[in-house]
Design a protein around this ligand. Structure first.
Ligand code: SF4
Length: 244
């Protein structure tokens, strides 16, 4: 899939989300929040659901929690438009309550399709509801800052998941904030690990043959130049790999 095709596919999903009535959350929304970011990124952040600011703007993580997320990204030299940011439910739960299991289930196909289109190497979950989508039964206090392989049934064919606290929790607790910044500092290493695992998987399952000169052939992890698996230097974080 080309970058333009990925962008078009993500926009088609977003258009469906904006008119979706699959669960009760549609009734109270001002704007649905499909998600946004770079279609070619290797890293997708998945939060829980839109809050008041996001509901008004139709964009994810635009309030104080979003500002904190952007600051955390900045510590490793990344900008928010270099990753993709979305949520497990795309419409605001009333009074910022937790999303209900049936609402997460109703919204699941949209997240799955977004992940299938982007095919990230690394998924960063923000908060326990997002973590529970990828690591059922885990406790965030025990596994934050660690990675696990992702079940391909989530839509991501060969990704790793890295669990973090939700930035809103970090705003409420200086201890969680400190742990969140420590976890954010480990994301680049998690991405490098995810790239290596993906390359190993691609070597184990050879990609289908493509005609000579087919410039539209997909770039698989196994076909990445070896140099791209290494850390590259940025001003903000010497060990942070570039995302493209
Ligand atoms: S939360 Fe998801 S499933 Fe529910 S109405 Fe919004 S887009 Fe549809």
């Amino acid at each position: 899939m080309t970058s333009a095709e990925r962008q078009a596919a993500l926009e088609a999903i977003a258009a469906e989300v904006k008119s979706c009535t699959r669960c009760r959350l549609h009734a109270g929304r001002i704007k649905a929040v499909p998600g946004e970011g770079h279609p070619d990124t290797e890293v997708v952040f998945v939060g829980e659901g839109p809050g008041q600011n996001e509901d008004r703007a139709g964009r994810p993580f635009v309030g104080r929690a979003g500002d904190l997320l952007v600051r955390m990204l900045g510590t490793v030299g990344w900008k928010r438009d270099e990753v993709f940011i979305t949520n497990v439910v795309k419409c605001r739960p009333p009074d910022n309550r937790d999303p209900e299991p049936d609402e997460i289930e109703a919204c699941r196909p949209y997240l799955e399709r977004q992940l299938a289109v982007i095919d990230p190497a690394l998924i960063v979950t923000l908060g326990r509801h997002s973590m529970g989508r990828f690591i059922p039964g885990a406790k965030i206090s025990q596994i934050h800052g660690t990675t696990r392989p992702v079940d391909p049934s989530t839509g991501a064919s060969s990704a790793m998941v890295f669990a973090m606290y939700h930035p809103a929790a970090a705003l409420r607790s200086s201890d969680v904030e400190r742990q969140s910044f420590e976890d954010a500092a480990a994301i680049p290493v998690a991405l490098l690990d995810a790239r290596r695992r993906r390359a190993e998987l691609a070597r184990a399952v050879p990609a289908p043959a493509t005609p000579p000169g087919d410039t539209n052939a997909p770039l698989t992890a196994g076909s990445m130049p070896a140099a791209s698996l290494e850390s590259t230097t940025t001003n903000a974080a010497p060990e942070a790999p570039t995302l493209f």
